[in-house]
Design a binder for this molecule. Sequence first.
Ligand code: C2E
Ligand code: CA
Ligand code: CA
Ligand code: CA
Length: 276
Amino acid sequence: AAKQAHKPWSEYNAEQVGSRREQLSLLGELRRAVEQHEMHVFYQPQVSINQGQLVQAEALVRWRHPERGWVPPSAFIPFAEQTGRIRSLTDWLLNEVAQQTTAWRASGQPLTISINVAVHDLEDPDFPKRVAAALRRHDAQPQDLCLEITEGGLMADPEQARATLTALHEAGHRLAIDDFGTGYSSLAYLSHLPVDELKIDRSFIMDLNLHNRSIVLSTISLGHALGLKVVAEGVETGNQYRELALLGCDIAQGYLIAKALPLEEFNAWRHAHPHE
Ligand code: C2E
Ligand code: CA
Ligand code: CA
Ligand code: CA
């Protein structure tokens, strides 16, 4: 498959100029943001649907800009990806999370944390080495790290993606397919990847109509047939949660359980959570 071509600037239309200029200035500032400690890792819990227990959490980056306040990842991640600036952000995140998993282990409460892998990272043959370097640096355990890959990331360069995933799997990490159902990856291709989890995209959970419910059900059946755990994203209501329980989904993540929380609040949530 062909790699996704990066859009040349000339293809953007006039209405987008303002936001493009804003993005450009953000991009310039992105370079310094990590060094100046403006980036923060938030953690969103994932619970087992049967027991309601915390089983893992997803690391989500937040940028606290000195003038703009909190900048959502949607405002800078896609742009950082296109320009390769994502690399230093991913490396920073890997180090932060590796350090944190070691701290949780030391306190007797180990936890698996998942990280979003950008397309750019997945296409980098050195990515598994970058992951290993971060773990070594903080004396972290490979099983405490799960890497989330989108279907889009897999399709950009399937051969490189397979090589990267195989190396990460052999290193002992968990692997998840993120935003599952939004791409076009074939079941045959997926079944040959060393993946541990499927994360059903929020769009299916948001509106569990007859159509979406059958997509969710077949994803769960497929996942289980392949020996995978199935995670539902964007669970906001008790009805959705109960529906997912009936459909046999394994794990839930969403505002019903908790938003992505800063470290102290996440630790407090964990502490207060009765079932853990
Ligand atoms: P994602 O990986 O699909 O992450 C889930 C997004 O859904 C997060 O948005 C999360 O806050 C949001 N979410 C979780 N539960 C609910 C819910 O119940 N309802 C609703 N409406 N939303 C919910 P966030 O943090 O804004 O991140 C957006 C996207 O940005 C992520 O989508 C991911 O693709 C990307 N991203 C975030 N952090 C990172 C990062 O550190 N590295 C990379 N490469 N991408 C990141
Ligand atoms: Ca994700
Ligand atoms: Ca997702
Ligand atoms: Ca998403």
